[in-house]
Ligand binder design. Structure first.
Ligand code: ADP
Ligand code: MG
Length: 281
């Protein structure tokens, strides 16, 4: 039987930094379904960035393997194909922007890939449109807000037509409105274009919007499930050094006191809906 090909698949993957006393990534098996939006959570140092860098062939596993669209990242001749298939967006927008004009910045990756000139223009336009930045195409990046800069970074990756987009705490340096803006943009790309997304974050309310939540701890996958499944396990989440979405915690407390609430309450909207049904006429 032919094996199914996934955007990203890790098989017992490990990473050991030189002189480290433990594995930064410790036998992780993760399969990312095409078209899914997967949030990766975990406290500082849990191995999220190291894992992400292995998915982009920036780091090669010290044990196990990583397959990107079926390609083994350790095979040297695949490095550039892997990087094109698995596009990365990093934390600091200022470190990712290289050109003096937004449009040229989006073009940069395509030039590196050697995409022919006539093909470049429509791809750049489409990418800028997809992140709603067409009207800023001629702007200097330093004129943009943090959220807008991250959307330009997303456009730069998008123009390369990747199979999966990996965003490593891409909202961590943004203000709340910039964060919401970038998440909304990427969520829409996922829904409308079927872009597979790996969204690394330490904001619970962002993870609550994913299809699937993977929680890392000490280089390993500690929890894996839907947001409803993961965030119902309040005590387990807290033991891993993470916060629980406030509404999930409130729901847990109310349940303890006998109010019957369904699992999976994560947002204010969920809670309002349930309480109105229960308490209002
Ligand atoms: P996260 O992204 O979840 O914060 P990282 O992948 O950055 O976690 O780090 C995982 C582990 O690897 C941590 O224990 C960290 O201290 C260690 N680590 C990260 N980068 C290096 C490095 N360059 N050299 C040695 N150890 C590192
Ligand atoms: Mg990190």
């Amino acid at each position: 039987m032919e094996q199914k090909i996934y955007p990203v698949q890790t098989e017992n993957v490990c990473y050991e930094y030189e002189d480290a006393d433990r594995l930064a990534v410790n036998h992780v098996n993760l399969t990312v379904e095409k078209g899914s939006f997967v949030a990766v959570l975990g406290h500082n140092g849990s191995g999220k960035s190291t894992l992400a860098k292995m998915m982009n062939a920036l780091f090669l596993p010290t044990d196990g393997r990583v397959l990107v669209c079926g390609l083994d990242t350790s095979e040297e001749e695949q490095t550039w194909t892997v990087r094109r298939h698995a596009g990365m967006v990093f934390q600091n927008p200022d470190n990712q922007i290289v050109a003096n004009v937004v449009r040229e910045d989006v073009a940069f990756g395509l030039e590196n890939l050697g995409v022919p000139q006539p093909e470049m223009m429509p791809r750049i336009e489409a990418a800028l449109e997809a992140v709603r930045m067409s009207h800023r195409a001629e702007f200097a990046p330093h004129m943009l807000s943090g959220g807008q800069k991250q959307r330009v970074a997303v456009a730069g990756v998008l123009a390369m037509q990747p199979e999966v987009m990996i965003l490593d705490e891409a909202t961590a340096m943004l203000d709340p409105s910039g964060r919401a803006d970038v998440l909304k943009t990427v969520r829409r790309l996922n829904r409308e274009q079927g872009m597979t997304v790996l969204w690394i974050t330490h904001f619970m309310e962002e993870a609550a919007q994913a299809d699937r939540v993977v929680v890392m701890n000490k280089g390993q996958v500690a929890m894996d499930g839907t947001p409803a499944e993961v965030f119902t396990k309040v005590d387990e989440i807290k033991k891993l050094g993470l916060d629980v979405p406030p509404m999930a915690e409130l729901a847990m407390e109310l349940r303890k006191d006998g109010l019957e609430l369904p699992a999976g309450i994560l947002t204010v909207n969920d809670m309002v809906k349930e309480l109105k049904q229960k308490l209002c006429r």
